[in-house]
Design a protein around this ligand. Structure first.
Ligand code: DLL
Length: 432
């Protein structure tokens, strides 16, 4: 089934024309409504009239997470706040979050894109969806939620966590579609087995998994343990949230909603566009968004684009699985974490030296994070209670800045290996 056949299966020629028109209109809008873009374009010596079609996209400036930081909180918005009806946020590179805003029309477009995605997985309005992505500032929960309602499905707004309850309601309410991070899906599979309820008592048949990288092997493992077919859903808050791209039944890459976004792949060093098929950094230009339109947003995600026809009939270009990042962002239990956030916490607490090591692991399908940190010479104490209190305060501060809990291990001064070049801040033992 295809949710919006006229759009999803439009001829490439018509699509390119539509993209050109929409690109022109968004450039015009940001030039007049967002001082940040006007300034950038003026510095580059370009005017909206220089953008005639999609091919001119390369003339436009890039946008980065740093630009969000410099314009915190609302400086990149292109509409007055009176037209914004929803705000979300994701992790910034320091303690400051990245804020995104949506107009009513933006939310409608987003819901439709999620509905298209779920439909392409084989879900329909008779399905019951357990949405176990986090609700709140994270776009996962509410993004999926509104998409399900838009397509007429029944949504169980589970949010993440409280696994025993998830299992019980999955058995009692009979959801047929599970939406969560792939690592949580694995964990739920295990919890289901341990619950002692026979598999036949669960009705799950489809999974919509994303928000973190996962491998083909992990897909098989999830499918086996939950007895479902698992599909990938990709997205990022800055560009919209979940549903920027979606898999179809052929599962050979994810279709990008090209009537709303123009994807590019660039070389992260030279910033030059790369030809189809080559791996580089994914860049998106939003061409319909009102609240927060973005020109050439650098996702830092590494992928490639595939333009060959897909047997499903959709004409939207496909992007390959995300194979890594061109920065140091980690995704731990679905939450984006930058080592620099840990550093900023250590720098604000005088007891600690900014020498630290983040050790990430996966134990029983759950990500764990340990922060090893050196205590400053003059704060080191033989008294257990003093050290425990220090540890508790740091753990508490990390939890509030990162949004996830971390185990803190205090170590003696000068025990963390010093590097002579780029410091090694992260040891990731997960085998994703
Ligand atoms: O993770 C939005 C989302 C929610 C997507 C639910 C899918 C499902 P952010 O918190 O802004 O938004 O994180 C975005 O997560 O740049 C990727 O690095 C990573 N990511 C998201 N989806 C996938 C995926 C949401 N399917 C960042 N595969 C992105 C690999 C993914 N990585």
């Amino acid at each position: 089934m295809i949710w919006n056949e006229p759009m999803e299966c439009m001829s490439r020629e018509a699509l390119r024309k539509l993209q050109g028109e929409r690109l022109r209109s968004v450039v015009e809008r940001v030039y007049h409504n967002t001082p940040f873009y006007r300034r950038k374009m003026q510095q580059m010596g370009i005017a909206p009239s220089d953008i005639r079609g999609v091919e001119d996209i390369v003339k436009l400036p890039f946008t980065t997470k740093q630009d969000f930081r410099d314009n915190y909180p609302y400086g990149l918005f292109a509409t007055p706040m009176s037209e914004i009806v929803r705000l979300h946020a994701s992790s910034g590179t320091t303690g400051q979050p990245t804020v995104v805003g949506y107009t009513r029309r933006d939310l409608q477009a987003w819901s439709e894109m999620v509905a298209r995605s779920l439909t392409s997985y084989g879900a329909h309005h008779n399905d019951i969806f357990s949405v176990a992505y986090g609700y709140g500032l994270f776009t996962g929960g509410l993004g999926l939620h509104y998409g399900v309602e838009h397509m007429g499905g029944a949504v169980i707004p589970m949010s993440s966590g409280n696994t025993a309850k998830q299992i019980q309601l999955m058995r009692d309410f009979g959801p047929t579609v599970l939406c969560c991070t792939p690592s949580y899906a694995l964990y739920l599979g295990e919890a289901m087995r341990d619950s002692g309820y026979p598999r036949e008592e669960f009705k799950l048949r489809i999974g919509a998994f994303g928000a973190e990288p996962w491998s083909p092997q992990m897909r098989l493992q999830i499918e086996r343990s939950l007895g479902i077919k698992a599909y990938d859903i990709y997205g990022l808050s800055e560009v919209m949230g979940p549903g920027v791209s979606y898999e179809c039944q052929h599962q050979n890459g994810s279709h990008v909603h090209e009537d709303h976004f123009i994807p590019e792949i660039i070389d992260p060093q030279t910033l030059q566009p790369l030809p189809e098929g080559e791996t580089g950094e994914l860049v998106f230009t939003t061409i319909t968004k009102e609240g927060l339109p973005l020109l050439r947003y650098r996702t830092k995600d590494l992928s490639s684009l595939m333009g060959e026809e897909c047997p499903c009939g959709r004409t939207f270009v496909r992007m390959g699985r995300i194979t890594g990042r061109s920065d140091d962002m980690l995704i731990i239990r679905g939450v984006n974490v930058f080592p620099s956030q840990v550093e900023s916490v250590l720098l604000e607490m005088k007891e600690f030296a900014p020498h630290y090591l983040i050790v990430v692991d996966r134990v029983n399908n759950l990500d764990t994070m340990q922060v090893q940190v050196e205590v400053g010479q003059e704060y080191f104490s033989d008294e257990m209670s003093v050290m425990l209190e220090m540890k508790r305060r740091l753990a508490h501060r990390l939890q509030s800045v990162l949004g996830i809990s971390a185990e803190v291990r205090l170590v003696e001064p000068n025990t963390i290996a010093r590097s002579e070049g780029k410091a090694k801040r992260v040891v990731d033992n997960r085998n994703i």
